[in-house]
Design a protein. Structure first.
Length: 164
């Protein structure tokens, strides 16, 4: 099986959404996916890009993706690369595709002068062993927090210029 890793193009928006939905199904989170091709085109290929995407293809078929974005370490004073999503379809797992995607991400990080790559993984996900084998370490003292939905709107209302 010939595998290639390439940067996604606007024409890949439908494929990116399909792979995101497959990832969400794997993580039992499919009900949370609202991302559309329009969103991907705007945020991944528009004027103000929020993310970049690599696609893994095996014999011409998209079988994996890595969505990444810049991060920044205020302590280190250096940029970083955050891996938002890494996914390989079930039939292509165990073929080294995930490692190829991560190696390309590491090369991108290195080329851009990043001091680190980081990601988050669900506590039950067996991919945690894969990341450890690559050299990632779990940051024990840090907990991930998120603000969304109504709570985000309530806090935003407090900070709106009209309230100042």
């Amino acid at each position: 099986m010939a595998v290639t890793i390439r940067e996604a193009l606007p024409a890949d928006a439908g494929t990116i959404v399909r792979l995101i939905r497959e990832l969400a199904a794997y993580e039992y989170l499919v009900d949370l996916v609202r991302n559309t091709e329009t969103d991907v085109l705007r945020d991944g290929f528009g004027e103000r890009r929020c993310f970049e995407c690599l696609l893994a293809e095996a014999d011409g078929e998209a079988v994996g993706l890595a969505i990444h974005r810049p991060s920044y370490s205020t302590f280190d004073g250096r940029r970083g690369l955050y891996v938002e999503d890494l996914f390989v379809v079930e039939k292509a797992r165990g073929l080294g595709i995930g490692r190829l995607l991560m190696a390309r991400l590491a090369a991108i990080a290195h080329e851009r002068g990043c001091s680190r790559m980081s990601l988050a993984v669900l506590h039950w996900n067996p991919a945690r062993d894969f990341y450890r084998r690559l050299g990632f370490v779990q940051v024990e003292d840090w907990l991930s927090y998120q603000l969304s939905g109504d709570a985000l709107v309530r806090l935003a209302d407090e900070g709106s210029p009209a309230k100042a």
